[in-house]
Ligand binder design. Structure first.
Ligand code: ZN
Length: 136
């Protein structure tokens, strides 16, 4: 296990996601035939099988579908960050994303809470989408 926090490595299939994230925007593949967004990126729409896909911006808004609190770091790289929350966020556009949930107080997270995307700049090239509970 690495001692340093792992940095995502974009590949041709995920490069548009990381390029948008670097610009602090959330983008996902959308089918030009049925109109549905999906995640993770695939060569064909998982709903209708169409190969006609395009990356489009998402609202960055969603709700907490599920979450858990991590108390034991998976590697030394995360030892200084525990406890932290990992969530599945249901985006307004439909897809569910596994993500870090950033809160002032880990005990305040609730399933169904509205969340907004935020971005954590990991280095000069990669920004990681995370989610924060929407402030009223
Ligand atoms: Zn489709």
């Amino acid at each position: 296990m690495p001692d340093e926090r792992p940095i995502p490595s974009p590949n041709p299939g995920t490069a548009p996601y990381w390029k948008a994230a670097r610009e602090h925007r959330l983008a996902l593949p959308r089918c030009r035939d049925c109109g549905k967004f999906h995640s993770y990126p695939r060569a064909r729409c998982p709903f209708c099988g169409s190969p006609r896909l395009a990356w489009e911006p998402c609202s960055g808004k969603g709700t907490i579908y599920s979450y858990t609190e991590v108390f034991r770091a998976p590697s030394k790289a995360f030892a200084g960050e525990v406890p932290y929350l990992v969530a599945i966020v249901a985006l307004e556009e439909g897809p569910h994303l596994m993500t870090r949930l950033v809160t002032a107080d880990n005990t305040s997270a609730r399933v169904g809470q509205p969340v907004d995307v935020a971005f954590e700049d990991l280095d000069d090239e990669i920004s990681l989408p995370v989610f924060k509970v929407t402030q009223p």
